[in-house]
Write a protein that binds this ligand. Structure first.
Ligand SMILES: [Zn+2]
Ligand SMILES: [Zn+2]
Length: 255
């Protein structure tokens, strides 16, 4: 699989973009910066978007993506999420107030977006991919994803603090090639991290121990808060015995 980083931060500045990753040019994983980071041709190629949870930094560019794709006459984009996430998108985002309901535009028969619910831990076909959503520990209902294609798997933590089930699932995933893992705040901001359901490098290290399979699994860190970027990177560099890499905008990985 090819993984492309469009946005990998827990905030935004001209040099930081909110979470959005693309697999094999067709599958988006969260939509924090899809339109600010991709050309219209690239946006048109997408078939589906996995949405980990309803927080704005993960959904915001669904609005502008739908608008662009509607004007380009694209096939419906499949927006995949757990029941609670899709309910929030319908009620609070594509609600004809904050933004038009693109699940009915230009018509009920040929909409710009269609919603596909994914049940927790049920392998679900999304295009050419087999996807499992695994509930994680955040301030609202949130999922991580295991994404399989052609005998390989990658995992995405979504936004989470210390959690258990994700690691149990990953321990039983022998073809796992990489893990996109969140870390947001520096160790000194543990109170903020705990209150907001995020990791610090300290809690990240404690959670990664729950993964018992090969310790050289490429662990790609994302969701660092821009204000704390250099400090969190420095603290992660101190963690030994792990194959950690802080991802950067425009990174591409062949996994
Ligand atoms: Zn969140
Ligand atoms: Zn977030």
């Amino acid at each position: 699989m090819e993984l492309r980083v469009i946005g990998c931060h827990g905030g935004e500045t001209p040099k930081h973009r909110t979470s959005a990753f693309i697999v094999n040019d067709v599958l988006a994983v969260d939509a924090g910066s899809i339109t600010s980071g991709m050309t219209t041709q690239e946006q048109a190629k997408l078939g589906a978007c996995l949405v980990s949870h309803a927080h704005l930094d993960h959904i915001r560019d669904l609005a502008t993506l739908a608008d662009n794709r509607c004007q380009m006459g694209c096939a419906p984009l499949v927006v995949v999420g757990m029941k609670e996430t899709l309910a929030a998108l319908r009620e609070h985002f594509f609600n004809n107030l904050i933004w038009p309901d693109f699940s009915k535009i230009p018509s009920d028969e040929q909409p710009t977006i269609v919603f596909q619910e994914i049940l927790p831990e049920v392998p679900t076909k999304v295009g050419d991919f087999l996807v499992r959503a695994v509930p994680v520990s955040h301030t609202i209902d949130a999922a991580g994803f295991v994404i399989e294609h052609g005998g390989d798997a990658i995992a995405y933590s979504g936004d989470t603090g210390p959690t258990d089930r994700l690691w149990e699932v990953l321990n039983e995933q022998p073809n796992l090639r990489a893990l996109l893992m969140e870390v947001s705040f520096p160790n000194a901001e543990q109170g903020l991290a705990t209150a907001s359901g995020h990791h610090t490098p300290r809690t990240l290290a404690l959670d990664l121990v729950k993964y018992r399979a090969p310790t050289d699994l490429p662990t790609l860190l994302y969701h660092i808060k821009p204000v704390f970027q250099s400090l969190v990177e420095h603290e992660c560099a101190q963690l030994k015995g792990l194959n950690l890499q802080v991802v950067q905008l425009q990174d591409r990985f062949a996994l």
